[in-house]
Each structure stands twice: as structure tokens, then as C-alpha cells.
Design a protein. Structure first.
Length: 223
């Protein structure tokens, strides 16, 4: 895919989701869900991953409490999930191919970059420690900071506001339907990532987005 970044047409900012977009981490969350359900002797619905995609961690905790009749407080579940994931984000999560090079090229062209994620700020920081992605981003917004998770546009609008750009001048990269919808709801142009963990929804992502790529090595920049 050719992304036209000539000076007269280039976006003011390029915004990214984290999990499944910049880093390969969706499998990690599936394993955490499997282990959590096993520990609680609960049956895991086949649709669980899709049901909670795009939700903030707080919204996910409320979903688990409601759907599985848990007596936990949302904050206790969030602490547990963060603990289960933290070391994996710090030591085992890998950056998507071409992502670092793409981010550096955006910085070289003076195009602002931002992260708008449904993940917790705690795990975002752990991911940055392991991958070094943080130094390439001008703004980071986690679901901890906004009222509504994706597909609501809150995280993307907040990210655009943090870097002082008009949402209509932003391009977004996202991997799940709810994230693509969130970017659309924010009035932004959006390209979908064909991540293996959301591939069953590829046709829908193609219909909703401005284009689909497998990873960032497929992007050719016009200077």
C-alpha cells in the first residue's frame, strides 16, 4: 500500500492502537482469559474475545462480573489481570514487522504520532520498557483516561486533542472492528491491520476501513 505523505497532502498525525496493531499481543490475552476461566472453574464462551474487544479493562471487568456472576470488585480483577500480563509485556511481546521503521519515518517527516489503546496505562508502560516504542510517540492515551471504550471515539479524540490536531487530519491504524469503528466515529481516516486473532472479521474490516495491511512493511511512503 502506498501512503501519500507529500507535504501538501500529508496527515497532521498518525495514531495507533497497541495490541494487535503495533505489537503481537492478542494471543497473550487469550491465554490470560483461558487461565482465568480455568482458575474459576468457568466455561469459556467461544465468542469471549470478540465480545470484549475494544472494551477498556474496567468495562471488561464489569462484563466478567455481570456475565459470570462474579463477586469480585472491578478493581480487583483489573489488578489480577495486570499482574498476569505485566511480565509478558515487559519481556515477551514483540513489535509488529516494520512498525519501528514506520514510526521513525513519520518522526523524520515531522508528522505527530499517538497511541490510543484500550489497554491499561500500567501495561502500556511495561510494553514500552520491553519494546522502546514510547520514544516514537508524541501522546499516549489509555482507556484509563476516558469514559467510554471503543467503539466510542473517546480515546482517539482525546489523543488528537493532546497533540493539538484536528481529528479530521488524522490517520489511524487498528486491528479490530470496534477500533476501526472508534476511529470512524472520531471522523478519522483508518487503515485496518489483518491480525491473525481478528482474521475472521477481515471482510468487515475491509468494508469499514480505507485499506488493509498485514503489517507495516507493506507501506510505501511517498516523499
Amino acid at each position: 500500500m502506498v501512503l501519500d505523505l507529500q507535504s501538501g497532502r500529508r496527515p497532521k498525525a498518525v495514531l495507533f492502537d497497541l495490541d494487535g496493531t503495533l505489537v503481537d499481543s492478542m494471543g497473550l490475552w487469550k491465554e490470560i482469559d483461558i487461565q482465568f476461566m480455568k482458575d474459576r472453574d468457568l466455561a469459556m464462551p467461544e465468542s469471549l474475545q470478540m465480545d470484549i474487544a475494544g472494551m477498556s479493562m474496567y468495562e471488561t471487568a464489569l462484563y466478567f462480573i455481570r456475565e459470570f456472576e462474579l463477586e469480585d470488585q472491578p478493581e480487583d480483577l483489573m489488578d489480577l489481570w495486570n499482574e498476569m500480563a505485566r511480565e509478558n509485556y515487559r519481556h515477551h511481546v514483540e513489535v509488529k514487522p516494520g512498525a519501528i521503521e514506520f514510526l521513525q519515518s513519520l518522526k523524520d517527516k515531522g508528522i505527530k504520532t499517538g497511541l490510543a489503546t484500550s489497554n491499561s496505562y500500567d501495561l502500556v508502560q511495561a510494553c514500552f520498557e520491553g519494546t522502546g516504542l514510547g520514544k516514537y510517540l508524541d501522546a499516549v492515551v489509555s482507556a484509563d483516561e476516558v469514559k467510554n471504550g471503543k467503539p466510542a471515539p473517546d480515546v482517539y479524540l482525546t489523543c488528537a486533542r493532546k497533540i493539538s490536531v484536528d481529528p479530521r487530519t488524522c490517520i489511524v491504524f487498528e486491528d479490530v472492528i470496534q477500533g476501526v469503528q472508534a476511529a470512524r466515529n472520531a471522523g478519522m481516516k483508518v487503515y485496518a491491520i489483518d491480525d491473525p486473532y481478528s482474521r475472521e472479521h477481515l471482510d468487515e474490516k475491509m468494508n469499514l476501513s480505507d485499506g488493509v495491511i498485514s503489517d507495516f512493511t507493506e507501506i510505501d511512503l511517498l516523499l
